[in-house]
Design a protein around this ligand. Sequence first.
Ligand code: GLA
Length: 708
Amino acid sequence: MPLMLHGDNTSLVLAHGDGPPAVVYWGHSLPDDNPADVASALSRPTAHGTIDVEAPVALVPELGSGFFGSPGIKGVRADGSAWAPRFKQSKPPEVGDDHVRFFCDDGVAGLDLEIELWLEGGRDVVAMRQVLTNTADTNYSLGRLSLSLPLPSRANEILDFTGRWCDEFHPRRQLWEAGAVINENRRGRSSHDHVAALFAGTGGFDEQQGEVWGFHLGWSGNSRLVAERLADGRRYLQAGELLFSGEVSLNPGESIISPWLYGAYSPSGLGMISRAFHHYLRSRDGHPGPGNPRPVILNTWEAVYFDHNLETLKSLADRAAEVGVERFVLDDGWFQNRNDDTAGLGDWWVDTTKHPDGLGPLVDHVTGLGLEFGLWFEPEMVNPDSDLYRAHPEWVLADPNYEQPLGRNQLVLDLANPDAYDYILNHIDTLLNELDISYIKWDMNRDHVQATHAGRAGTRVQTLALYELLAELGRRHPKLEIESCSSGGGRVDFEILRYTKRIWTSDCNDALERQRIQRGFSMLFPPELMGAHVGPHVSHTTRRTHDLGFRGAVAFLGHLGIEWNLLDATDAERAQVKELVGLHKRFRPLLHGGDVVRLDSQDEATMTQGVVSFDKTEALFAYARINTARSSVPDPVHFAELDPDRRYRTQILALPGRSGEFGRTRPQWMDDGSVELSGRALMSVGLQPPVLDPESALLFHIVAIDGK
Ligand code: GLA
């Protein structure tokens, strides 16, 4: 009997006969329908010229049943058997209100398969994973363990992301006609260039329009996503870990658990998918919710780089406290021999030439100012020029028979080696015990290349060891918060977020580049997780110059930080930063608790995104002119997700440090100071923005005034 699960706005019908379970419908909510009728309505006839029984797009599609797309499981035993398993249900599924668990086996291949799928009411996010067990008495070499979901034929356009260092979440839009779109990541981290996420939708889907299905694989190692249209017309998305040859060999009786695959459906555009993903993350244990406001950070990296001097750092902390910063993060450069990026990684004790009395005096100074103290680590790495490497060259995640290439002058430590793991855990733990450190910026700055543990491909075991290390530190230090950084946003996924509370979105603090980077980031992650810093006037990665008004308007929307040497700033600039921080704190509950809304625009020279409070009584939208425009006057802004039946007052929220002008005259409503309109009017009539200079922004503050 088919069965059905319901979210708030979505339903999912699963068919399960004898063979492996398959989703036959996933879309619009169907509260009044019977799953058997839905399955019957969609049952497929057999065409000429193919096998007589069409193999379903099962959750784990089977080559052995005649599925000619990408099989969900790929593996083999040493004698060549079990290469195309066919599962049968071994017992009835366990069905709950919001989940189902299927149990399958293949007695011939000697494999058991368990699949769980959740669709929790009020969330609209499907979460699935599987467990494969080797029940035979020989090893099973596994090359793939992926999950698949079908997509309707009308989902014929794809949005996913490419990117690079300082250019995360670069959107890539393409028509999806015949064949497959494949996204394979082999970097050993979730990567800048092959983010494990994909959105497929009806032609021309955008933020507020079109049906869209979104996917994300919650995994911080290698991944493989395939979106394929088969010759018989069916489409599906498949995602799982990318496994190298020999990487997983299941011993008799051994099991492997796949990463979670997440999906969300929206009948009306991408925005709703993002909000579903954000609600899901916000509902998870440990997510920094309203009771744990995100402290404004000062990060020392772009302020002093490796040039650590106690008095300078103390003065920087003083300045930080004056402008309202709440957490001071000492970045790279504090540990033994770390004067540049050629040495020191692995030697996690304080450099006594820079800090003769250890970090205690600085930590005391910072905490004495009422700020939290945070410290940078890059625990998975080692420089060849380090005491650790000189003592233990064998701890590197590499094949000793080959020369391992360096990346940023460093090698990867094999955390699945218990000695290396204990060494790292103990060194971090010692510092956390000795000093009042409440925060770690956990960095990871190079790709895995030929990553070898115990003679086999080792990215999977490394990723699991990393999770365990983070979990163990969390158990030992329950109040500790950790930020996930990987050369900026090279490790961003739902699984790392079980252990971390912030993502360093990008090493690029250029406010112009950040417009797009943050927009892409927000497709999956809510703003309270998005590290966003006000850098110096001149961006250190692009050399572009921006006024504080623009830098502030962009960083304001995330987890705000400052990464600028405030000792170089003028009194007036520091006063402006203080004002910005104050405004951010005032709006923090809205910014970090509201619904993210990205607006569509025909005008490629502008970008608008913001947040609307849950009860739709307040909203803030950042409107940015990112380029010179073809037309001299910009289009009205059409807001979204407001309550059409409420009245709102809209005005400009003045951010400090804005230079530039608003054209020769401004729209009437700006001269009046504000305008009062219904939500319906704000969404359908829109609001005329002023003429802005390129690379500048302003904030619209919208407040309900009807007292409902
Ligand atoms: C990486 C991070 C930066 C900074 C440097 C320090 O590039 O992404 O934010 O911490 O390392 O070396």
